[in-house]
Design a protein around this ligand. Sequence first.
Ligand SMILES: *[C@@H]1O[C@H](CO)[C@@H](O)[C@H](O)[C@H]1NC(C)=O
Ligand SMILES: *[C@@H]1O[C@H](CO)[C@@H](O)[C@H](O)[C@H]1NC(C)=O
Length: 387
Amino acid sequence: MNIKNLTGLLTILSLCGISTSCPSVCTCNGNQTDCSDLNQLISLDSILDQLPSHTTSLTLSNNNFTTVESGSFSNLGRLLHLDLSRNLLSTFHPSSFSQLNSLEFLDVSENRLVMLPVTLFSDLRRLAELVLKDNRLKELNPDQFKGLTELKSLDLSLNHLSSLHTNLLDGLQKLAWLSVVGNRLTTLHRDSLKQAMGLQHLLLAGNPWNCSCEVIPLRHRIEWILFKGGQIDSVHCSYPTNLRGKDLRNIPSEMFGHCHYLNFDTRNPPATDSHPGSSGECIRQRYRPVSVRRAPATVVVAGVVCGVVCIFMVVTATYGCIYAMMAAHEQQKLKQGDSHQQPLMSAKNPEQDLVNEQKEDLMPSIRRGAEAKECTGWMAFPPEVCV
Ligand SMILES: *[C@@H]1O[C@H](CO)[C@@H](O)[C@H](O)[C@H]1NC(C)=O
Ligand SMILES: *[C@@H]1O[C@H](CO)[C@@H](O)[C@H](O)[C@H]1NC(C)=O
């Protein structure tokens, strides 16, 4: 009965893909497995094959492992924490970590990594902390960290990086801690940190910073992070010679007074892009003051407005001339008519005139109305003939 039950349980467990074993060389404690410092020649895959699939934390550090095969971690979908530090890893297969959908922490520090496959981390959507410290990385693909929207901490210290691509940190909105300590960086392009708006700790020490005019964007970014209560370790200049050994944060802005054309706002960078180390001429073009950049548009608008106003003035003047000519003409006509009619009317019928005068006295308002019509008639266009 007991044996039957046990066999049944084991069958169910194996059907569910749950293994209860722990590799003999490792220490298992609940969901946490420690396979560090094994001190014996054993392949990574032989360990991984024996691991219980409910493992959430796995330490494989200090074992001289040289490579991770594709799909090695495929049955460890619940893994949250993976430590591969202090091995001899020089490369990864592009899909080495492709099954680790839950992984939040990955440490591959102190290995011999020279380059990383672009898609290596692309499935680690939950990754919050990535440690690439102390390797031999010379450069990183602009899309290396693409999709790591949960990443909060990125350690790139002690590598051989001489530049960071402008778009390297794009999309890392949650990045709060970044270290590039101990690399070969001379400058950071003004747009390199533009998307990492949540950055609170920026560690920049141990790089040969070039504190010529092109360092101003980095300086602005540092001031911005400090203003928001963040922390920066130190940024010691290696160049130019008069600033060697000085900390960028302590150099008075007067020292950059000659960099007039770089006096711009880093918080609203233009959409156009260029790579770090672009020539001074290009920088000058991009960083022209806003007023100068907008000048052509202003000229065009002003030209159009002036043109419209001019046309309007010409039309008005023409109208005025015609109006004046016609007015003068009509007035002359009227005067001539009056001088002819006046004597005739008085000679024709004095009684009628008297009656007319009386009528006019009786109805002064009508008379005045006629006068008013005479006046308003002249105001109209074309001028009416008013009597
Ligand atoms: C790793 O290799 C080094 C020599 O490169 C050796 O001294 C050390 O004992 C090895 N460690 C293990 C765990 O095999
Ligand atoms: C520092 O930057 C300036 C301006 O881009 C450049 O002319 C100079 O060569 C750089 N110096 C070093 C040592 O990289």
